[in-house]
Design a protein around this ligand. Sequence first.
Ligand SMILES: *Cc1c(COP(=O)(O)O)cnc(C)c1O
Length: 387
Amino acid sequence: MHATVTYGYEDARDLAAVFQGRKPGFTYGRQGNPTVEALQNKVTRMEEGVATVCFSTGMAAIGTMLFALLRRGDHFVSSSFLFGNTNSLFNSFTTQGIDVSFVDATSVDAVREAIRPETKLIFIETIANPVTQVSALEEIGVLAKERGLVYVVDNTMTSPWLFQPKNVGASLIVNSLTKYIGGHGNALGGAITETGLFDWRSFENLYDIYKQGDPQKWAVQQIKKKGLRDFGAALAPEAAHHIAVGAETLALRMERQCANAQRLTEFLEAQPWVNAVYYPGLKSHPQHHRAKHLFRHPGALFGFELSHEVDLWAFLNALKVIIKSSNLGDNRTLAIPVAHTIYFEMGPERRASMGIDNSLIRISVGIEEPDDLINDLSDAYAAIAKI
Ligand SMILES: *Cc1c(COP(=O)(O)O)cnc(C)c1O
């Protein structure tokens, strides 16, 4: 692990050549580190892309990418079913002169109708959290290509093991490394991967200095050189090392987590004290067929609503194996009451538009023995039903 901020050179001319981009190498830890670069190369291979740049968090990746690529007066189209913090970030962009339209991205028509002459980019998540809507990923990919728009897919919920957005024409891929790729809840990180499918020669917001070499990598050069320099949200080498070790077991963990999620949701769907279960692996899910067609498995996260006689807090507090916590993609199963926590600040109206009921619990499924998890849920209900 290279726990260093700066790099010494024998020949000052080499240092200058690295600064000017004429030689590969490292100058200062904010814009590059060998341990971080090893992880970047790993993520590039997992996504079968051409280049990756890592950040201190997933949010830093999304924010820095958009800030580096968009300018005042630009517009982009986003799915309205979004990770809550991304929703907050996009609202902040609108106050800075970059406009966004939120649309129901389960339908390509809604995305098409929102495109304007000043639209530069489309931003979509694979499986939305916590109600698990599955975007029209393929159809939106075709639309983005037709209109020459940058197509950004946040692959955090699926990870490259379940889905590679390159296969639906994504230009740039977001991964929060904090979640499934790292997998152990011990390091924050984010990544932007360039797939090589977008022709950046037609994108007017790139500076000439970053249009060097392969045009497939121009965006990542600008995000890395300008974005990381300006904002400084660099990934620490220690975190990069944790994440790289975690990534070695991504496939094993996700196989178990997805199988557990299928069992838990089938169990919950059959319980009279459960009003609704949202999981793309269930036949009742509106995009069940799309999820089966696109993803290796339908993910390891689901939402469910308790029937209104069941006290939300008593139920959650009666859980003994499942941990009451935010985060997702951890090895341990985590439960959170959504409306009161991660989606609290956005208010009741926006929550209603996202289909978030007050009794909704989000479960991020871990790698535990599935019977232990099922028993935990049924014991929790039995314990409070007696009161
Ligand atoms: C968690 C998450 C992010 C942000 O990642 P952090 O590493 O927590 O900053 C972005 N998108 C999605 C879909 C996420 O689940």
